[in-house]
Each structure stands twice: as structure tokens, then as C-alpha cells.
Design a protein around this ligand. Sequence first.
Ligand code: ZN
Ligand code: ZN
Length: 381
Amino acid sequence: MAKRTRIIEGTWNCTSCDAKKILARHKRCPSCKNPRELTGKESEFDFGEVDHASGKFLREGVTDEKALDLAGAGADWFCSFCEASNRGDGKQCTHCGAERDSDAKEAHADPDEDEDEKPSEKAPAPRRFSRKTMFLLVGALFSCCFGSCLFSQWARATHEEDAEVARSTWRQVIIRERFTPITQEDWQGNLRLTAAVMPVNGAGEVPGVADIRACTRKQRSTRRVADGTERVCSSRTRRVACGTEEKCSRRSKGNGFSEEVCHDVTKYCSESYQDCRDETRYRTEPVMDISCTYDTHEWQQVERTEATGSTEEPRWPAVAQGPLERLRREGTYGITLRYAQGKKEYELTPKTETEYLQWRKAPGARVTVTNMGKALSAVPR
Ligand SMILES: [Zn+2]
Ligand SMILES: [Zn+2]
């Protein structure tokens, strides 16, 4: 990569006579002969516009031998007696003749003058809230949290209360079922001829499989099968090298001249392309099987007899069991407790008749109640 170096000459403005755009090679104002000094921004140079993309000066480079010699003389120094600027390699002030001494100020040559490419110093992030607001917010949040914690703890705490049985109900049902011959259908592979066994006293039965017949082909399910491939494309972008571009860096020499170094660097462009792949294509096809009719047995409900009551002892309705029959029992029970001096009720559903009778026979009950008044559980007393 070729490196190109140029020297660019800045200009300054005289504060003694208002002469503008004086070339840096003049250490004295050509109009009023006053020397350039450090005061009044006289020694701040203007180098003109810079191309934003490349960082290159728009101004022409210096070719003049004398000016190039000045540029190479190092950073200026300012006389400690008369404040005039002098070339960096001079030992005596050209204005008043004084020796350069340790009090002489030196113009500093910036290590890198790429001002407009330097990220501007990060401004401190603005504080969203003042410290006081923050304090109040945190305080409010804390006391709110703490308060609701205390409250929920109080609300969850429980105590025990006396209760009495206010109401009770029971329902006892007998379902009479008969082992009945039926005709069913199933896939041939599931069927195996089995002799039926009739129940004795409602138990020991086998449904059986008999007279497998009328077998026909039917669709049982579907399946996905590969059916060739298809080309699937999508648009994507990628970075590709597309020639070169010029990039320049600049360095102030501290004497009104700036050194510019330019390189040709690879330029990247974004290019769109088609990304294509072969993907398997699928189709669905039916899966066939053989379905047959056969004879078997199942329990079918013949009759449902129900008895209900509240204060009386639960009883099962009287139902006679015929041959090939069985009786199934279903009992549901309810107990309502009254607590909080009779103001609140708590519903219980005992699982069995025994449990129900335990509640019925107890003189009272104890309920566990939250401070919010909700009953959680109860035991007979
Ligand atoms: Zn002047
Ligand atoms: Zn001097």
C-alpha cells in the first residue's frame, strides 16, 4: 500500500492589526510587522476543510523549499521577554535578540490532530433522578414492601375456633349392571379369538372375542413420505472487497504546519446474493389396515336406584341382583360447619360413610381459620 505524505500550511490572524489568513511561514504580520504571539489565539492555526470520508485536507500541499524547511524545524518556542514566536531550532529570539531560556514556552505538537474523527468526550450520563427523589422512592418501596410483608404474614396466620354441624346430607346410589352381549369393531391385528366367561355373583367374567367377520380395508392413519427435493432460495448480503479508498491521518507539527499521511486501503461494499439449498419435499399418504366386526360382552347399566337424606342414618336402597348382574355403590356426603359465632359456614365433603358418621356423631368441631376469616380445615371434636 502506497504511503503519501504532504505538508499543509496553516494560516493565522493578526490581533494587532486585524490582518487575516496570514501564512504560517510568516512569524511576523506582513501588514504591521508585529510578531506572532501565544496570546489572543494568534498561534492557533486554520488548516481549512477536511474531506470527511478520507480525512484528507482540501488545501494544496506545500512544495516551497523554505516553507518545508520551516515545517521541519520542530515546534515553535515563544520568547520569555517579548512573547514573539521563534522557529523550533533557533537559539535566539529574532525579535528582541534574547537567548532561549527555560522560561520560554513551547508550542506543543499534537500527537494526533484528527479532531473530527476523535469521538467527542463522553458527556456524563444525565442522572435521571435527584438524590432526594431516589431516597424517597427507595424509602417508599421499602416501607411498602415491608408493610405488605407484615400484612400478608398477619393474614396468613391462623387460629382455631369452635364450630358446630349446621347441616348434613347424604346420597347413596346402587347401579345395577348386566354382562351383555354386544357387537364391536377393531383392527384385525388386535383381535384374537377368546372364549367368553360369564360372571358368577358379579365377578370373574371375560368379555371374549367370537365370530370375527366382515373384514374390510380402511384408512387407519396417514404418514409423511419423502417425495423428491425442492430448491429453496433466500436473499442474503455479504461484505466484499470493491477496490480501494484513500484514508489519511494528520499531525500538527506545532509550528503552523501539519503533516498528512495517506494510504490506500481496501474498500468493502455489501453485496446481495441468493443462498440456495435442496430440501426434501414431503407428501402425506394414507396408511391402510383391515378392520373386523366381532362379538363380545360388556357391563351395561340396567337400573339406577337412589336414596337421599339429611339427619337420618344413611342407607343403601334395596336392589335385587339377578344372574349375570353386579351392583355398584356410589355414595356422596356433605357436612356444613358453622363458626365465627354462627356467622360463617364451612363446607366439607367426607369421602366415606364412616367419615360422614364421625362428623354426625361428634358434639362439635374445631376449625382452623386465617385472620382474614377463611376456614382452611376442620376436625371433629
Ligand atoms: Zn498585523
Ligand atoms: Zn524576544
